[in-house]
Design a protein around this ligand. Sequence first.
Ligand code: ADP
Ligand code: MG
Length: 614
Amino acid sequence: MPDIIQLLPDSIANQIAAGEVIQRPASVIKELLENAIDAGSENIKLIIKDAGKTTIQVIDDGKGMSETDARMAFERHATSKIRSANDLFSIKTLGFRGEALASIAAIAHVEMITRQSSEEIASRILIEGSEIRKQEKVQAMTGTSITVKNLFYNVPARRKFLKSDPVELKHIMDEFQRVVLANPEIYFTFHHNGNEIYHLPKGNLKQRIVGVFGKNINDKLLPVNEETEVAQFSGFVGKPEAAKKTQGDQFIFVNKRFIKSNYLNHAIRAAYEDLLTKDVFPAYILFLEIDPANIDINVHPTKTEIKFEDERLIYNYLRVTIKHSLGQYSLTPMIDFNVDHNFAYKFSGENTGTPDSAGMSSSRSYPLENEVNFRSDYKKNTGWEQIYQGLHQMNTPDVPAQEVKTLESEAFQMNFDESLPLGSGNLKEPYQLHQTFIVHQIKSGMMIIDQQAAHERILYEHYLEVLQNGEYTSQKELFPRTIELEPTLSSVLKNILTAVNAIGFEIEEFGHHTFIIHATPSGIDNTTSIENIIEKLIAQFVNNLEFELGIEENLARAMAVSAGLKKGKKLEKTEMTALIDLLFACKLPYKSPSGKNCFIILELDDILKRFNQQ
Ligand code: ADP
Ligand code: MG
């Protein structure tokens, strides 16, 4: 049998390799722009035709290439950016594989003109399908211009696979945005079919963001700036109210390289907590500067994935950093600062991730000024107090009817006659609907409160505060009870027993997964058995562990869920009134800790509209 194995010709090997690196015009643009940036350019022009299918040209004023390098640049694995495997761990450039130009030249018609500033004359090189067609000397400015025509001309399957111009253009815009956001100190322009799409003079990051997304974004951003032991974080996050229904405008850069990381997205999302509903996405443009030795960018050829040496640490720091930015804007409650502090404490190496009482005691000592600041700021900025005022006065039975009426809108007085026989009782009193909601009249219309969500919010804030200032009240059991738990739950409870007792339980470990309950926090719903509450509490705590909330916050949340009122529970009027009062005494009454709305308001105007009366 003759030997049958042969080396592939370069042109075919390059074409195969190109499949990895170049999927569409946007990939070419990304590679060319990155090369221009790596070359130290201050001005970069991108000019394309037909969404890059016909022509892509990138012109830069960077350092250019020598005559030989101009040829070498198109060889596979030819790069000036790393010399040895060791360099892989200290990469400061965007490119390093030496694959892009070789790949592009394998599947397109390429012209490159390049000149170094030390040279009088430029080189021009023409390549088609990896074959050099021409190399000559020409007159040109310092820098490099690369024109890529007829992409995939020799790979018909690929060419066919390209999407419509608008779709390809969208991909290009995405790549372009990533590049320009990471490099505000470079002047970029972008022309498509003769029209200027972007004109971005050099500036600071904020100016660049405004240049890319428009002026409207200007007052929707909160700055991020934090230096930690693992990374430096900077950039901007969107205010919660600017969050969108679609997941756009989310950018994370590590050492100026755009990366995709669901894990870090989750960290950012977690920082917003209940400031956002589940169906909206916050905007962010964030930069992480990390020692290249602690990351591995060599994971995927298109290089949007990245490995961190300690991903969890980055996660926690990122989350805390964003919380801090949101907190400075007076939106996250004071307690979050304590959680932050708790994390900071853990990072210092004291805690390996399993919750223990060490984290707690540190957070207790956190100064309380934040609370004061937060509260005053917060109330200044919101309108709920006003709603509540109206509500409170209406709730007070002593207030004479006449006085109550003056609180109400004119529309109301004109259209609503209280003497009408509309069922029993005083309509100003809260009313329970399906043993699930509380309906209540307020100044501007009516409010519908979700009893479960509301009670969770109340308990959550209450227990956080208890954990914070260490002042709990408990109720002694007349006959101490024992409870036997599953082994996993039992080991968790052992771990967090100090904290659990700090909210008013008095639970003693008795060995063999058994615990004795001497006392319970006062005020917990006595219709559910205490064993049940404890079991739920621990299960919920375990569930929450993935969010890495810190022991106090986790416990408060778990307590809120396990001891909270449930749907289907009948409430007396006094209980409803108390619930409303307590809810509006909360710092963030809008949402339950898990993000459910605690109440909605139906405005009279809207009700009238629905009756076609306005
Ligand atoms: P990589 O960027 O991974 O090194 P490329 O194939 O993209 O590989 O480029 C190969 C080499 O060509 C680069 O290492 C660089 O030396 C040179 N080069 C490419 N584009 C430019 C440019 N715009 N200006 C100067 N040099 C360039
Ligand atoms: Mg490159």
